[in-house]
Design a protein around this ligand. Sequence first.
Ligand code: AGP
Length: 610
Amino acid sequence: MCGIVGYIGNKRLTSVLMDGLRRLEYRGYDSAGLAVVNDKGLEVVRCAGKLRDLEEALRLTPLDGAFGVGHTRWATHGRPTEENAHPHRDCTGNLVVVHNGIIENYVELKHELQQRGHAFKTETDTEVMAHLFEEKLKDHPLEEAVRLCLPRLRGVYAICVIAANQPKKIIAARNGPPLVVGLGKNEYFVASDIPAILHHTRDVFFLDDREVAMVTDAGAQVKDLEGRPVTKKVQRITWDPIMAEKSGFKHFMLKEIYEQPRAVRDTLRGRVSSETGKIFLEEMDISPEEFRKVRRISLVACGTSWHAALVGKFLLERLVRVPVEVDIGSEFRYRDPILFPEDLVVVISQSGETADTLAAQREAKAKGLKTVAICNVVGSMITREADGVIFTHAGPEIGVASTKAFTCQLAALQLLALHLAEVRGTLEPESAKEHIAQLLHLPVLIEKILQTDPAIEEVAKEYYRASDFLFLGRGVNYPIALEGALKLKEISYIHAEGYPAGEMKHGPIALIDRNLPVVALAFGDKVFEKMMGNIEEVKAREGRIIAVTQEGNGTLAKMASHTISIPKTADLLTPILAVIPLQLLAYHIALRRGCDVDQPRNLAKSVTVE
Ligand code: AGP
């Protein structure tokens, strides 16, 4: 996944492009580059490494111009080198393209183009587009040249194209990864994501798949691949630009952990009534009648969002009494799922652009099912293809490790479960009101947990040198054990596994010795005694127990090496609280290990390729 910025306007071009790329660096950061058109023609500067390396290159060779594009890369084809960094040129050096996505048939296109005499300089798939456009540009204006070539491409792309001989014109096209067009005052922008341009304009529209935008110094026109004009709805983004900044925190991840009270509150705001027990879901194009017909629900997601789906299974089966299946996005379509038209598929995605989750949604739609998306990004592809959407109002999540989006996904799943319980009559109004009252109280309890951060940091000091971790949980908190393990492994690079505690004796118990920290989630629910038994088994083998439990659980405190307490709440709401200490534990351990917390190695914020 990569970051793209394009600009036409009167501000200092390279400043606008670099500022935009800096705000997109979380999308991919192994090489970067930019191209400008000025009175000398087309000039390009590229660098392997982080954006600061490009800044250094620009200091040595200053650039400016009337319009241009920039790109920060997460390599998919071709090593992260300067040569493979975008923008990529055609043979003449008159045209460049920047690209986010994968061109699956690039090898055959490259061969065909080489047969026609084109010389290639890079290992990338992207470069084939530069040469295709070059050929068409001989007889067409740039916007037509690009549009006529796109049907040749198989795969996904978000691109920007500029040419020295096509003044003040940026051509943008999308099929898969996101592209947003910003409409300023006599200045226009193209970007992969909103934070890149929010400081300049709040008025944007999102390109849809198979659309091409021509952005000039007079505005933006959009056509479909057949050349038919498309009218786009301009949206006003209400995010405060500061929300996309670190706001004084050392890392985006820490800021986002601390934003969770506000994020969960915003996700619930205006959607629940503790007086009546009613739920209000504004973007739900599925009628109560259709919801009543649902006989089975499939939850599909990837990574952390899949962990949210696993929690969702407990919520929906407990409150709605409907069977729920949970699938990993990358597996769903390849297992040829047996789906019935009255089934409901719910896809969960922070970015709304995860290729495997989007593909699962399309698989369900192709079989005539209704789909609901739980998502954090307005205008993202998954939300635009869903019949119903529950937006998590977490605000932009910049840290690669998902935190606030996860707890907001759990809150959104509560809303969905309560809504379905209401329309299907599976929850007494009094029970619904009580549940909602506890749900609305969660932000206060999250605040309380955040105040224990210093104690959690002390625990991190004790264990940050460990080479392995085991996380154990049961019932609705078993997915939280998985999530705690994922948080730790993806930012500290410590090998960590999450397991249902009951599974421990079927193998993982062999791992336990005095060097293995075991994080045990034990709350006063119906599996508490079983959980205590598992903790005894760990202790008997000298495992070092970090217990996460509810306030007042003295028994466990005596058994554990360290105890982290969280406030009591309803069993089905505990996961939203239990994950917070695990996020903080992972953060502090990673920090002590000197890891790049916001941009962990090998990872990207949104996996828009298979
Ligand atoms: C979360 O910490 C990970 N970075 C990753 O597993 C992520 O949850 C996964 O890629 C799914 O992303 P999505 O929610 O945007 O679809």
